[in-house]
Design a binder for this molecule. Structure first.
Ligand SMILES: [Zn+2]
Length: 168
């Protein structure tokens, strides 16, 4: 996905499909946190090809879930951070298994969307298969980006309407 925040739209769709059982904060953070490697790889290497091992299933889901779960735990326990976020969404105190499951769903959705939006391929199956894998065409890439933008708009509208202050 060229623009990381557009991943939140599909995360919101997954949250809605869970009928509110998922942890919204975990699924949203999980849908974006994998791209944390992009600025790090760029700064360290200077390469424009910034999708590295965090975009493999094993590292993406394991490390993404770990980072997301830690972030959700910290945010929900630090009153200052929680207060800022609760201006927009209700921070639900979910059990650890719900937070982990939501983090996995968010991270997995990130990888799935990226494989349909990156022509140069991702190290999706690393370390089993080292070559980049893509499943996109120009049309698929445009379609996935348009749907992502619409879903993200849905999330933004629900936030602006204050709907997630009570529902999440
Ligand atoms: Zn990515």
């Amino acid at each position: 996905m060229p623009f990381t925040p557009l991943h939140t739209g599909f995360a919101y769709l997954l949250y809605k499909l869970s009928r509110g059982k998922a942890n919204l904060l975990a699924i949203i953070i999980g849908s974006m946190i994998i791209d944390i490697e992009c600025p790090i790889v760029y700064i360290l290497s200077g390469f424009s090809y910034t999708h590295s091992i965090m975009h493999s299933i094993i590292f993406g889901i394991c490390v993404g879930t770990l980072l997301t779960t830690l972030t959700v735990i910290i945010v929900s326990r630090v009153n200052f951070l929680r207060g800022i976020l609760e201006v927009f969404i209700l921070i639900k105190d979910s059990s650890l298994d719900i937070v982990v499951a939501s983090s996995v769903a968010g991270s997995a959705s990130h990888l799935l969307l990226d494989i349909f939006t990156h022509f140069y391929g991702l190290p999706f199956l690393w370390p089993v298969v080292c070559m980049g894998i893509t499943a996109t065409t120009y049309e698929t890439c445009i379609a996935v980006n348009v749907v992502s933008a619409i879903l993200t708009l849905w999330l933004i509208i629900d936030i602006l309407r204050g709907k997630l202050k009570t529902e999440a």
